[in-house]
Design a binder for this molecule. Sequence first.
Ligand code: PLP
Length: 430
Amino acid sequence: MNIQKSKSLFERAQNSIPGGVNSPVRAFKSVGGNPIFIQRAKGAYLYDEDGNRYIDYIASWGPMILGHAYEPVVKAIQQKATESTSFGAPTELEVDMAELIKGMVPNVDLIRMVSSGTEACMSAVRLARGFTGRNKIIKFEGCYHGHADSFLVKAGSGVATFNIQTVPGVTAGVANDTLTAPYNDLQAVEALVAAHPTEIAAVIIEPVAGNMGCILPEPGFLEGLRQICTDNNIILIFDEVMTGFRLAPGGAQERLQIDADLVTYGKVIGAGMPVGAFGGRSEIMQHIAPLGSVYQAGTLSGNPLAMVAGFTLLSELHNNPSIYQELDEKTIYLKAGLINAFDASGFPYVINQLGSMISVHFSEQPVKDFASASAATNTLFNKFFHAMLNRGIYLPPSAFESWFLNNALTYEDLDLTILAVNESLLEIQQ
Ligand code: PLP
């Protein structure tokens, strides 16, 4: 595969952008090799600067659930742009968006729009602290909630990919207020709560983790967390930045039938535009300014282009829930193909999947937390990644990331992917 233009662009980029990229995992540092510079995308396909086509399993890290350049979204943005790209004043569209989200997520009474998943999680934690008058939070090892200081403690995604233990620039004071427990370990949470009975404001969790590969909550885990939080007046925050509007119209809350106190969104909610949101019961949300004194604001929050893109996509998902069935079936089809290929190869493997989130670990043990995800042979994943890329399949460039299916993928695309998996596993055996 010729990637000459990507190579020279990466060289050029490194002279003016740190590491040549605007977000670390894009640099391919852990898998090695040259990142691919994308020129455009349509449906399930990415096209790079050298004219190569890839079947996309990243979907911009989640947002493009119906594929790239989805016609109704593109048209809505084009039309909106002619009316100005920002006002910094309230609009009817923001009310429409909030009402639509409330219709999809029944336990959200009030929702505030922000511009990224990081902002959503950071603001939800501030609100939980303001509401409870407590300082500490519990997060789970390998979960990623964005790059705000409180979350860069035993974080997943790029922090795990680059094996960064403590992040310089995060003060000890902030880090000390973030307590961590292994994912799926209820006893560890109970012990933390017992040790800090009146200090914990919130437990924040990815209800299905996607930042150490895809990791599912074991039966009873989220139910147990819900109970612990209720019993101890702790705010349970579901970080649904990945799972929101992806696993079901009402996200993981609906799919797993568990209600959080606050929920955060990103990715799908903005259809690829910079959007995040946090919401929940009005009893808690009314503490946000200007109703209450927990301050939170944003010049571009509720931006008209971002809102119209998100509103158009969410409306499609709301009106056509069969999309979720289709996505599930496609993902299960891919999973079956992966299982056959891995069985034939003899490599040890674990495939975790829920809805349109799926990942592969080269592991003999079940992968149920960060320790087991880290114990997998990730050097093999890196080889597998490149073998797939050379065959035109664009997987996340790290074993610590979930793959996301989009509904523009055809069964022919899935068959091509499965063929590439078989060939790639043969290649890396040599
Ligand atoms: N929360 C989760 C679960 C995420 O996966 C991410 C990003 O990948 C974030 C929060 C941060 O979102 P953003 O990158 O939009 O700031």
